[in-house]
Design a protein around this ligand. Sequence first.
Ligand code: PLP
Length: 361
Amino acid sequence: MIEYENLHHLNKPLFDEYTQAFREVMESGWYILGKKTEEFEKQYAAYCQAEHCIGVANGLDALTLALRAFNFPKGSEVIVPSNTYIATILSIVQNDLRPVLVEPDIHSYNIDPAGIEAAITPATRAIMVVHLYGKLCEMDKIMDIAKKHNLKVIEDGAQSHGATFKNKVSGSFGDYGAHSFYPTKNLGAMGDAGAVTTNDAELATTIRTLRNYGSKVKYYNERVGVNSRLDELQSALLLVKLRYLDKINEHKRRLAALYLENLKSDFIKPMVHPDYKDVYHIFNIRHPKRDDLKAYMLKHEVKTDIHYPVAPVDQEAMKGILDGQSTPVAREIHRTTLSLPISYYHSESDIHRVIEVMNAF
Ligand SMILES: *Cc1c(COP(=O)(O)O)cnc(C)c1O
């Protein structure tokens, strides 16, 4: 059986270094917001070509706190892609703001800049872009639109650690980059973890304050904050994995190249363009008989996944929130998309086997 993902196999090459990192934290006697977190923040900021990085508890908190920092009036509109993972939309809802869905481009699966411009109203305050599957959005056009309309930009970089567009890296374009280190992500921890990056010192201080009970000086609270701190253990493990991130991304790109070159043309493959260096957090194809294909592959011992089976507009939880927003492009993607195995631990021969099964479908 070729699994879709196996976190034990994924992390196994790092076990010795992880054990050493764990021992250091255990013996330090300091478990939250200490030297390891500081060091990780410093190194990850540098990796993201950003001045500041603030560790938080998870990716959803990174998005939620980034929005909260701006104190937008209740009910303000925030533009978000219609085919994103639910977290991006939840971060808007949690701040009492209104998500306005914009459809993706059907080739890149990322938010369509022309759609953004058409969705802007006097109530619009921000654009949340999502670099889905590990490909960056068209950030040059999007930043131009944001400047023209005086909108804040937050990048959801949960799937795009290290991906670039015109040689600029994920999380370095907008006012804030929001990052998740959920275990399956390209830069995954061994538990929940996240971070916010920014080039603005004041915006960095705001996130530092919000993540720690709204307090800059212990026991003095300036804002209604939350507890969303990054712990030393996850930081220590992330410092180890960060050293492998480029290697992980490179491996995934090599596997993606095999799919791109060898899968028959019945399958709609991801867009490839020289402006983009993708990191393939997910390698998806589309096919009108997606469910049959998935079942066929399982029968031939290849597990796949779907990102995501249900479009946000069709989610039970979004009733009363996204009502009346029509997103046929997102629905079509959700109906036809299939994610293929592309983990750091998969070998080239694993991928050749997946291709063989698929091409016989
Ligand atoms: C994983 C993910 C998140 C949420 O990250 P968590 O760390 O699980 O909270 C947000 N947005 C996207 C696009 C994601 O893939």
